[in-house]
Structures are given as structure tokens and as C-alpha cells.
Design a protein around this ligand. Structure first.
Ligand code: F0G
Length: 460
């Protein structure tokens, strides 16, 4: 075959730039020590390429910025709320909208409404804030994702899928009345940004419907998931991302959204539902925790930017470049033999810290160590997604020991160029070459909730 490989480029040009500063290696060593070897505690000014998260870090379009000027900052009934509501109905297909300041606020509210103490919430792997809100409401999270998701080397194209046997066994064991809903995330963040297939979601829907169990959809990265379905699920090659998003959503009852990811805004989220009773309860709780039900902790302008961002997020050419950039970085690392989670996910590259540092025990925090080493090497900021993020078992007080001990290089949308990806790849390769010298860390301060955000460490 004579197929010439052609390059592709971003479907936008850059109108405004934000200068970056690069510290010296000595300054970086000092900065990370002062931050307790926790990249969350670094100052952003001391970071060169910030791959901590794709949350709230994306670049808005000129249209979104223009939308900010259309903010209607009325306390009640802002026109931006109605625009957002109409957009959520049109693009996502959910009937009722309750805005919140970000995703976890929606998780808080839906957990309070649906979970009774003693309930079980099966899910396709945990997410930190989601699981915590389930636990605070008295529930217990049960992981029902397929085994492949816990294996960084498995190349299953839909590692976000639910293992139907695991789900069925849980229903048989505890009884359907103890399972208010199944939590389905698109894509699965902690597994490496891995998608769920529509075939699997349909099967989950069929099984749960028999028992009257609902589905709560964490739709934080649903458009990225839809793009992966378009690329890899038989029968979807000729569907648009927008069509696939709607089909995914139609198989679920309620949704929580962190609009700081897919939806291309710096702050915002919502709870959406098709159930008028849940809507009434959520509308009531949101005034307790967030703000009136037509702003939910957001300014009118934020809701306007979100409405515009939602539409941009489901455009095929946007997702092609967004996910394409992540794959560009991942491919470079794979070619250099770096151990990363395979297949490459949608929002970032996940380095397998266990294989970087086979000489470290998991309670010497290999992923935390790797994130710190990477920062010292190049000023690239990454995030631990391993034992620190997993927290402790509230019953025994022991660490959870997750199979995946990862460092996430998360790519903000529309922010960095492919040259930034090259610099990042070279730094990861350098740190990998020097891996045997890393010593590991000990935790010297541990907060009670979501410890990874504020824990402090010292070098062993
Ligand atoms: N669900 C998923 C899958 C997420 O990735 C996040 C946030 C949330 C819920 C919570 O949303 O931050 O708006 O309250 N993830 C960020 C991250 C923090 O870096 O992965 P939030």
C-alpha cells in the first residue's frame, strides 16, 4: 500500500498568549521540598508545563469569552440559566437541570437524595470525590469494572466497561433494594481515561432495568468517550460525536457533570435528571449548599460560557485534535519504551510508577515520588493517582492498596502545543533512565478527607 502519512493540526489559531517562566533545577528542588513533595502544593508560577489536571484548565474560545460579556447577573431567573438549560436538553438530552459550582457539588446532592445508610453503589471504578460523597451519605462503593481495567498492560479498547457478572453477583448477594443505582463514568478517569462501549452500557441498562436499579452517569468526559466509540466500536464510524453523546445519555437516568473538563470552562458543573421527583429534591438541596436553583454557585457569565463550551465540545474536529494530542504524547512515550497505561486514554497519559520503580514498596509512594522527580527534572507538573489518592479504608484505617499506581500527565484542552508535548516526553524519558536512583517518600502530614490534595512528604 502506498499511503502517504499526512500531518494534522489544531482546528484553531492562537489569539492570546500567556508567558511561562522556567525555574532553574536548584530552584525546582527547593520548591518541591517546600511543597512537601506534593505537586498540589506547588505554586503555579513555579511550574513550566502544567499537566496536573485537565480540570478547569482549558482555553476558552473567543465565542466563550464573548459569552462572558452577556452575563445576566440577576439573582433569580438569569437568561444564561435558560440558555444553559436549553443547551443541556438539546445536546445532552436530559430533561431537568440544576447548576452547581462544579462536579462534586452535584455528586453531593445526588448522593444525599438517592443513597440510604447501608446501601451499595456499584461503579465502573471509583473516582475520589464521587466515592467520598457516596460514603458520606452512608453508602459503600463496590468496584464492578472489568478486570482488564486494573491491568495497565491490557489493550482492551473499552476498559471502562462494567463486568456484568460482578454486577449480577452483587445484586444477588445484597439484594436490589440495597442498590439505589449503578454509577457509570464516561470516560473512566482512574483507569487511565478509558472509555465505555455502547454495547456494554446497553447490557448494563438491560440488567439493571430488570431490578428497577437506576443509572447515575458521571458525564464529565462523555464527548471524549463518544469520540473513542466513533473510532473503535463497530457500527459507529459514521455517527457524529454529538449523536453518540446523546445515545450514551439516553441509557441513563441522572447525570453529574464537572463542566471543567469536556465543556471547556474554568468553573462550573451541574446535576441533570429525567426524574421530576429527583429534580424537585435537587432543586431544594441546591439552595442549601450552592445557591438558588437558577445559578447554583455560578455567575450568569459562567453559565453562558458553559452553554457555548458544551456545543464546542461535541464537534468532531475538536475531539480529534483534543484526543489526538494526548495520543501524540502517548505514542512518543510508547516508542521510547516507557511503561504507560495501554491503550492510550483520552485526557492524559498515565505512567506506571510500579514499573518505573520496581525497587519501591507501594507504601513508599512510588507515584508520588515519580511526580516529584518529573517536576525537578523539567518543571512539568503531574498528579499522583495511586495509593495516596486511594486513601484509607474507613473501617480498618489501613491504606487502600490500589493495583494501579500511576502518575497522570493530564492535557488541558487547547492550551499547549505539540512542542510542549515533545519537551514533556523527553523529560519523562530522562526520569525513566535515572529511575534506579529514586528513594521514595514517607508521609509526614495526612488530612482526613481526600488526602492527596494536601498531604506532605519527606524524602526517605
Ligand atoms: N468525576 C470525574 C470523572 C472527575 O474527573 C472529576 C474531577 C469529578 C467527577 C469532580 O469534579 O472537580 O468539578 O468537583 N476531576 C479532576 C481531575 C479534579 O483532576 O481529574 P469537580
Amino acid at each position: 500500500m502506498n499511503m502517504k502519512k499526512r500531518s494534522w493540526a489544531e482546528p484553531y489559531k492562537i489569539k492570546m498568549v500567556e508567558p511561562l517562566r522556567m525555574l532553574s533545577r536548584r530552584e525546582r528542588e527547593k520548591a518541591i521540598e517546600e511543597a512537601g513533595y506534593n505537586t498540589f502544593l506547588l505554586r503555579s508560577e513555579d511550574v513550566y508545563i502544567d499537566l496536573l489536571t485537565d480540570s478547569g484548565t482549558s482555553a476558552m474560545s473567543d465565542r466563550q469569552w464573548a459569552g462572558l460579556m452577556l452575563g445576566d447577573e440577576a439573582y433569580a431567573g438569569s437568561r444564561n440559566f435558560y440558555h444553559l438549560e436549553e443547551t443541556v436538553r438539546e445536546v445532552y438530552g436530559y430533561k431537568y437541570l440544576v447548576p452547581t459550582h462544579q462536579g462534586r457539588a452535584a455528586e453531593h446532592i445526588i448522593s444525599k437524595i438517592l443513597i440510604k445508610p447501608g446501601d451499595f453503589i456499584p461503579g465502573n471504578m471509583y473516582f475520589t470525590t464521587t466515592k467520598l460523597h457516596q460514603e458520606l451519605a452512608g453508602g459503600k462503593f463496590v468496584d464492578v469494572i472489568i478486570d482488564e481495567a486494573h491491568d495497565p498492560e491490557s489493550e482492551h479498547p473499552f476498559k471502562g466497561n462494567v463486568d456484568l457478572d460482578k454486577l449480577k453477583n452483587l445484586i444477588d448477594k445484597v439484594g436490589a433494594e440495597k442498590i439505589p443505582y449503578v454509577a457509570i463514568a464516561t470516560t473512566v478517569n482512574m483507569a487511565g481515561g478509558q472509555p465505555v462501549s455502547l454495547e456494554n452500557l446497553r447490557a448494563v441498562r438491560e440488567l439493571t432495568a430488570k431490578y428497577g436499579i437506576q443509572i447515575v452517569h458521571d458525564m464529565t468526559r462523555v464527548a471524549e468517550n463518544a469520540y473513542m466509540i466513533q473510532q473503535n466500536e463497530p457500527g459507529y464510524q459514521n455517527k457524529t460525536v454529538a449523536e453518540i453523546v446523546k445515545e450514551i445519555n439516553s441509557l441513563t437516568d441522572h447525570a453529574t457533570m464537572s463542566a471543567k473538563k469536556d465543556a471547556l470552562v474554568n468553573i462550573g458543573g451541574f446535576l441533570a435528571t429525567n426524574d421530576p421527583d429527583v429534580f424537585e429534591q435537587a432543586r431544594n438541596l441546591v439552595v442549601v449548599y450552592e445557591g438558588l436553583h437558577t445559578y447554583g454557585g455560578l455567575a450568569g457569565r459562567d453559565m453562558e460560557a458553559m452553554a457555548i463550551g458544551i456545543k464546542e465540545s461535541v464537534m468532531d474536529e475538536h475531539q480529534k485534535a483534543r484526543v489526538g494530542q494526548v495520543h501524540y504524547l502517548g505514542q512518543k512515550l510508547l516508542e521510547a519504551g516507557i511503561p504507560i497505561v495501554k491503550p492510550i486514554g483520552t485526557h492524559g497519559i498515565f505512567l506506571d510508577a510500579k514499573r518505573f520503580y520496581p525497587h519501591l514498596q507501594q507504601d513508599q509512594f512510588p507515584a508520588q515520588t515519580l511526580a516529584a522527580e518529573l517536576y525537578v527534572d523539567s518543571g512539568v507538573r503531574a498528579m499522583e493517582r495511586g495509593i495516596v489518592s486511594a486513601g484509607r479504608n474507613p473501617e480498618t484505617g489501613d491504606h487502600y492498596y490500589p493495583k494501579l499506581e500511576l502518575v497522570r500527565l493530564t492535557i488541558p484542552r487547547r492550551v499547549y502545543t505539540q512542542a510542549h508535548m515533545d519537551v514533556t516526553a523527553e523529560s519523562v524519558i530522562e526520569v525513566y533512565e535515572n529511575a534506579s536512583e529514586a528513594r521514595g517518600l514517607k508521609m509526614v502530614f495526612e488530612p482526613k478527607y481526600l488526602r492527596f490534595f494536601q498531604a506532605r512528604f519527606e524524602k526517605l
